[in-house]
Design a protein around this ligand. Structure first.
Ligand code: AKG
Ligand code: FE2
Length: 355
């Protein structure tokens, strides 16, 4: 069984500090903590989260990823997500582009649908390898339940902060299927020779849905902080998750909540870390598929005010399911016809005219 060591993070690379939000205090509606969440979600849209309750399950989820990625490639390819705009299943190395030129990505991952996990053993969207099924009730379902709790509580706090009637955002993120909400386990192998490279292993992107709950042990994740053109690392802190806002909450809130661009680098931070596999684990909370992505100004005077002051309208004619499928489909290298395919895969970070 693998261990996922806390290899020291080098101190000679640019890092960006984040607010540390205490989940237990958010649950208790502590005003000071809620204000921290307000600042973090509106300024950068990224924050650390401690006391979230999933600490014990993260390595067990990494073990599932490790058993999956250790299978021969032809076995893994039986579970590949395909090119039709669905993400559930396995994504092979090089399946996606990382830029307009069609440079292939360098990570592999396994995506497990929230709907499939909750309906197990009956599939809602698809089935998964037995190495997942064997640990469905003991590990995957408990991890999902915690992730649902954490993301729902945070989304509830953001709902109140935005002045929305109680339960407005919760109703858009129902437990009922179908939605694109999913767990992702990501592996990035070390680069042979460990040479410095400019390329990203996982493309610069904003997250497609509402709120991401991310666990990693090693560096590699970078953000582009507003007003700064140097990418900065987010340094992992043991037992702290990283949360970030995605496109849907940015649109609902007319830009009050920030969906910030980020990427994972090819070469993890210099030093010892680059010799190890990098594992990360995310739960992506996304709106139900049929939810229209448009501002909620008619439900909140705070959002209406922000909309008045913004150049963007924050109105799409897309529902969450179509938005998600468009982004997934157009980043697949097999679907690439030219730079326009990459552009068609972008979200709120790329083209404000989309909105
Ligand atoms: O692996 C990470 O640290 C981040 C992954 C990520 O941004 C994503 O999968 O959307
Ligand atoms: Fe992301």
């Amino acid at each position: 069984m693998a261990s996922y060591p806390n290899i020291p993070f080098p101190d000679d690379v640019p890092t960006h500090p984040l607010f540390i939000v205490d989940f237990k205090l958010i649950e208790a509606k502590d005003p000071f903590e809620l204000d921290k969440l307000r600042q973090a979600s509106t300024n950068l849209g990224f924050w650390y989260l401690k006391n979230h309750g999933a600490e014990e399950l993260v390595d067990k989820m990494f073990n599932i990823g490790e058993d999956m990625m250790d299978l021969p490639l032809d076995e893994k390819m039986k579970w590949e997500q395909g090119d039709s705009g669905r993400s559930f299943g396995y994504k092979c190395i090089g399946g996606n582009a990382v830029d307009e030129e069609g440079t292939p990505d360098a990570v592999e991952f396994l995506n497990l649908s929230k709907d499939d996990i909750l309906s197990y053993p009956t599939p809602t969207h698809r089935t998964y390898p037995s190495l997942v099924n064997e640990r469905m009730t003991s590990i995957v379902q408990p991890f999902l339940e915690i992730s649902l709790h954490v993301t729902n509580v945070l989304i509830g706090a953001l709902n109140d902060m935005l002045g929305l009637p109680a339960g407005t955002l919760a109703a858009l993120h129902s437990k009922e299927p179908p939605s694109g909400s999913e767990i992702r386990i990501i592996k990035k192998s070390p680069q042979p020779g460990g040479t410095e490279e400019k390329a990203a292993a996982l493309a610069a992107h904003t997250d497609f849905g509402s709120l991401s709950f991310l666990h990693n042990r090693m560096g590699g994740l970078q953000v582009l902080v507003p007003g700064n053109d140097v990418w900065q690392y987010i340094k992992p802190i043991p037992n702290h998750a990283v949360c970030n806002i995605g496109d849907a909450l940015k649109i609902f809130s007319a830009g009050i909540l920030r969906s910030n661009i980020h990427r994972v680098m090819h070469v993890s931070p210099p030093g010892e870390q680059r010799n190890y596999n990098r594992w990360s684990l995310v739960y992506f909370s996304r709106p139900s598929n049929q939810v229209l992505l448009r501002n909620l100004a008619d439900k909140s005077s705070i959002i209406a005010e922000a909309l008045k002051e913004s150049e963007d309208k924050f109105v799409t004619d897309s529902n969450a399911g179509d938005w998600f499928a468009r982004r997934i489909k157009n980043q697949r290298l097999k679907n690439r016809t030219g730079p326009e395919t990459w552009r068609a895969s972008r979200g709120t970070e790329f083209n404000p005219n989309l909105l």
